[in-house]
Unconditional design. Structure first.
Length: 225
């Protein structure tokens, strides 16, 4: 199974840090945000990674190269215009193959073990989303999770930015630019989107405050634990 890292965003809420640096290249402990994901993906057995690029994408490509330093093969999907999360993945489908693939938002940090992601999905399923408890900045969550299925009711959780998707969840969209939420909503209504809960550490590095919180969290961890 291949993985796609979403790394094309503008990171406007993290200015001035992102004035001359794309958000995935922000330093966190001993590596950049995106490098933490690459390490975890390789540890979980992934070999092929696709990364979409837009804002200052050449800096990401220069930093990561072909991925060989992590034992990975990296391909890049370059976006002249920002295609949003759904459009960005759709534009890269020709690199991702016909089966399920992992999706990871490069601007989150989590200590999730990517080997826990399902390598196969049930017949008719269009994806499986990793869901986390609602953080203070997103108290109402995104979707309910009941018996492994995502719903629009019940106690809501927050989408972590990590999932496994089938190509057909995007192929049917007759748009070039669109958010993932659009296809998630339709798949949930059709009963074709599952979820798995994760209770470990997760941080959406979307603001300067949360970036500082993440650095404090990591500095407080026992490196030998």
């Amino acid at each position: 199974m291949k993985a796609m890292l979403l790394a094309a965003g503008l990171g406007t809420r993290l200015r001035p840090l992102t004035d001359h640096l794309p958000k995935p290249l922000l330093q966190v402990d001993d590596a950049t945000l995106i490098e933490h994901h690459l390490r975890r993906l390789r540890h979980a057995g992934f070999q092929d990674v696709v990364i979409n690029l837009h804002y200052l994408g050449h800096l990401i490509e220069k930093k990561l190269g072909n991925g060989s330093q992590w034992g990975l093969r990296i391909q890049y999907s370059r976006e002249d215009d920002l295609l949003e999360t759904g459009g960005g993945i759709k534009a890269a489908l020709n690199m991702l193959g016909d089966g399920p693939f992992a999706v990871v938002s490069a601007d989150v940090y989590m200590d999730f073990d990517y080997s826990q992601l399902p390598r196969d999905l049930a017949k008719g399923s269009q994806g499986c989303l990793v869901m986390v408890p609602n953080p203070p900045h997103h108290p109402n969550g995104d979707y309910g999770l009941q018996s492994g299925q995502l719903t629009h009711s019940g106690n809501r959780m927050t989408y972590s930015g990590v999932s496994v998707l089938m190509p057909d969840i995007l192929e049917a969209v007759d748009l070039k630019v669109f958010p993932l939420r659009r296809v998630f909503e339709e798949a949930i209504k059709a009963g074709r989107l599952s979820g798995m809960a994760y209770a470990g550490y997760w941080c959406d590095v979307g603001t300067l405050e949360r970036y500082e919180d993440l650095k404090k969290h990591l500095s407080s961890q026992d490196p030998d634990a």
